[in-house]
Write a new protein. Structure first.
Length: 147
């Protein structure tokens, strides 16, 4: 009886670890998709300047990137998904997100603008970058549908 309990516990832990890994992969994929959407909204030139200025990362223009001063990334370039998940920190850094918010505030004045400005102001006031990131992504999705 005791062996069955130990085996059950091992199997349960294994299933839990698999579930956690699947959830992490789903979250990573969503982050990558959202950050790509934001980068597209900014345009390649602005996005690449941000990567260069903040992280010292340069595009190879074949979907890969290299980091200044890191010879390993020249020989083994950074994959695009890695850059959008871990280096393009729209989802974790105000330094990344505020220029996007500025572009939205500066370039738009339609009816969705008021809703956006109120939502993003609330997220900034509460120092909630997750909320601000989601508000920006939703605005860009609506904006892309209109254009």
């Amino acid at each position: 009886m005791e062996k069955e309990n130990i085996l059950d516990a091992i199997n349960r832990e294994y299933r839990d670890r698999e579930l956690i890994e699947k959830e992490r992969e789903i979250k990573a994929r969503k982050t990558i998709e959202k950050n790509k959407l934001i980068a597209d909204f900014l345009g390649d030139k602005v996005f690449h300047l941000m990567l260069e200025g903040i992280n010292g990362i340069y595009p190879n223009f074949d979907g890969t990137y290299y980091q200044s001063g890191d010879d390993n990334t020249i020989l083994n370039p950074l994959k695009e998904d890695f850059v959008f998940e871990f280096k393009a920190n729209f989802h974790t850094s105000w330094d990344w997100l505020v220029p996007v918010i500025h572009k939205i505030l500066h370039d738009n004045n339609d009816s969705s603008f008021f809703k956006f400005s109120m939502s993003v102001s609330n997220a900034i006031f509460n120092n909630n970058i997750d909320n601000a990131h989601n508000v920006v992504v939703e605005f860009i999705k609506e904006y892309n549908q209109k254009t």
